[in-house]
Write a protein that binds this ligand. Structure first.
Ligand code: 4AD
Ligand code: MG
Length: 478
C-alpha cells in the first residue's frame, strides 16, 4: 500500500522498469561520468543508489541535492554497475520536496557522538544507528504481542492515572489540576485534595501489576504493555523516568511456572529479532566492533549476534538469593575487599554483585529467587520460613535486572499483615485486598522493562538511546 518503499525496491528484479522512489539523501558523490545519490526512506538500513549523468540537470537543482534533502526520484531500475548492491536507479526525473541547508543541517555524513544525537532527538531517527534501533524496537514489540496472543493471554489495558503506589517505593509523579499558586487547604493546613480533579491524590502509574492481578483473577492469563513512570532521581544508563513495561499476570501459576514463562518468553522474543532484524543487527554488530577497535582483544565484547544466540540456546541459571549470597561471600572480590558495598544475608544486591554473578561466575543469564521479604514489595507470597518471599529477578549480562516478578500473596490475612507492616493504608487498596476474600487463587506475574530488553538486543550502552524521546531528570524536550 502506498508508494513503493526502498526495502521492496531492493528486492525487485531490475528489468529497466520505471520506478518512483521517495526518500532522504544520505550522500551525494560526483565523478566525471556520473552523479551518485544514495537515498534512504527508513524502510531498511540499505540505501538505494540513484545515478544521473552530468549535464542532465541544472547546476541549481544539483546544488540543492545535499545530505538530508528529501527527494522524489523517477527512473529505470537497472542492474547495478558497481558492486555492493544488486540494483540501482538510472534517473530520468528529480523533484525536490525539501532542501536541507548544509550550513545548518546538523546531520552530516560523518560520525556524530551519541550525546550530540540525544540533543537532536527530532532528527536522530534519520541516522543509520537510530533507524536500526527503532526498527528492532518495533520488531520486539510486535513479537511480545504475538507471543502472548499465541499462548492464550489477553491484552489488558490498565490505567495510567492511578491513586495507588503499586511498588510502595514512593517514586511517583503527581497528577493534579490544582492551581499551584493557590492551593486549597484543609482546616489543619494540609493541601485539600478533595478539591482536586479526582477528589483525591493521584499519580502516574509505576506499574500496572495490581490492576493486572484483577484481570488474571478473572481471565486467567493477561498481560499489559504500556508506559510506566518513576520519579527516581537516578542518572544512570539503565533508568528512565518514563519507560515501557510488559507485565504478564497468570492465575494458577506458581513461582516455577513463572520462571519457565519468563525464560521462554524472553528467548522467543529475541529469536524473533534474530530472524526478522538480521540486517539491522549486523549493522549494529559492526558498529560496536568498530567502536571497540582500539581496545585490547580481551576487553572487547562478544559479537552481538553471537551474544543473542547464546542467550536463546542456553538454559538460564536458577538459584536462590541465599545461595547467591554464599557465592558472593566466597568470591575473590569479596575476599580482596574489592566490592564497594558489603555482602551479607539481607542486603539488597547492588549492581556490582549482580554483575559478578552474571558476568564472572555463571557467564549467562541468572534467575535469582526467594529474596528476604524486607527488601521486596508487600504483595509477594511469603515462604514457609517466614523470612523470604517467592520473588524472582532475571539478571542479564551487561544489563543487570531485566525482569522482576513473583508469586503473589493469595492469603488475605498474610497480605493484610504485610500491608500494615509496611505502612500502607488498607483503605487505599480495599479493592485489591477484596480479591483475596472472594475466590482467591494462587497466581504469579512479572514485569519486563522493555527498554532494557531493547538495550540488550541492540548492544547499545545507554537506555536513553533505545527509546525515541527519552525522559530523565532535567530532560523532557521533544
Ligand atoms: O522490578 P520492578 O520495579 O517490578 C515491578 O514494577 C513489578 N510490579 C513487576 C511485576 O511483577 N509485574 O520493575 C520491573 C522491571 C525491572 O526489572 C526493569 O527491567 C524495569 O522494569 N525498570 C526500569 N526500566 C527503565 N527505567 C526504570 N527506571 C526502571 N525501573 C524498573
Ligand atoms: Mg525490581
Amino acid at each position: 500500500m502506498g508508494p513503493l518503499q526502498i526495502k521492496e525496491l531492493l528486492q525487485t528484479a531490475p528489468e529497466q522498469q520505471t520506478v518512483t522512489l521517495k526518500g532522504w539523501v544520505r550522500t551525494k558523490r560526483e565523478s566525471k561520468n556520473a552523479i551518485f545519490i544514495a537515498l534512504n526512506d527508513g524502510s531498511t538500513i540499505h540505501n538505494i543508489q540513484a545515478v544521473a549523468e552530468p549535464g542532465q540537470f541544472s547546476a541549481e537543482l544539483l546544488a540543492a541535492i545535499t545530505t538530508g534533502a528529501c527527494l522524489k526520484v523517477t527512473g529505470q531500475l537497472i542492474e547495478s554497475q558497481g558492486s555492493g548492491q544488486a540494483a540501482e536507479v538510472r534517473i530520468t526525473d528529480i523533484e525536490i520536496y525539501g532542501v536541507a541547508d548544509p550550513d545548518k543541517y546538523p546531520l552530516q555524513p560523518k560520525k556524530h557522538s551519541l550525546e550530540f544525537l540525544r540533543e537532536i532527538a527530532h532528527l536522530r531517527p534519520r541516522t543509520n544507528t537510530f533507524s536500526a534501533i527503532l526498527r528492532i524496537r518495533h520488531a520486539l514489540a510486535f513479537a511480545v504481542h504475538q507471543y502472548f496472543n499465541d499462548n492464550g493471554f489477553f491484552y489488558l489495558h490498565t490505567p495510567i492515572i492511578t491513586a495507588s503506589d503499586a511498588e510502595g517505593a514512593g517514586e511517583m509523579f503527581r497528577v493534579t489540576t490544582l492551581d499551584l499558586d493557590k492551593l486549597p487547604r484543609t482546616d489543619e493546613g494540609k493541601i485539600n485534595f478533595k478539591e482536586d480533579f479526582f477528589g483525591r491524590e493521584a499519580n502516574l502509574t509505576v506499574s500496572g501489576q495490581l490492576e493486572g492481578e484483577l484481570g488474571a483473577l478473572a481471565l486467567s492469563k493477561i498481560y499489559t504493555f504500556g508506559p510506566t513512570f518513576r520519579a527516581e532521581n537516578s542518572n544512570t544508563t539503565r533508568h528512565l523516568a518514563e519507560f515501557w513495561m510488559i507485565e504478564p499476570e497468570m492465575a494458577f501459576f506458581e513461582l516455577e511456572d513463572n520462571m519457565n514463562l519468563a525464560e521462554d518468553f524472553i528467548k522467543k522474543v529475541i529469536s524473533h529479532a534474530l530472524v526478522h532484524c538480521k540486517d539491522d543487527l549486523h549493522f549494529l554488530q559492526n558498529r560496536l566492533a568498530e567502536e571497540e577497535k582500539g581496545k585490547p582483544q580481551n576487553e572487547r565484547s562478544i559479537p552481538l549476534l553471537e551474544k543473542l544466540s547464546f542467550v536463546v540456546d542456553n538454559p538460564f541459571e536458577r538459584l536462590t538469593y541465599t545461595e547467591a549470597i554464599e557465592i558472593l561471600l566466597k568470591s575473590k572480590p569479596h575476599k580482596e575487599k574489592k566490592f564497594q558495598f558489603p555482602v551479607g544475608w539481607g542486603i539488597d544486591l547492588s549492581s556490582e554483585h549482580e554483575r559478578y554473578l552474571v558476568e564472572k561466575h555463571f557467564k549467562k543469564p541468572v534467575i535469582l529467587t526467594n529474596y528476604p521479604k524486607e527488601i521486596k514489595s508487600f504483595y509477594m507470597k511469603q515462604d514457609e520460613d517466614g523470612k523470604t518471599v517467592r520473588a524472582m529477578d532475571v539478571l542479564f549480562p551487561g544489563i543487570g535486572e531485566i525482569i522482576g516478578g513473583s508469586q503473589r500473596e493469595d492469603s488475605y490475612e498474610k497480605l493484610l499483615g504485610r500491608v500494615h507492616e509496611v505502612g500502607i493504608d488498607p483503605q487505599n487498596l480495599w479493592w485489591y485486598l477484596e480479591t483475596r476474600q472472594f475466590g482467591t487463587a494462587p497466581h504469579s506475574g512479572f514485569g519486563l522493562g522493555f527498554e532494557r530488553l531493547v538495550l540488550f538486543v541492540t548492544g547499545m550502552g545507554n537506555i536513553r538511546d533505545v527509546i525515541p524521546f527519552p525522559r530523565y531528570p532535567k530532560s523532557a524536550e521533544f
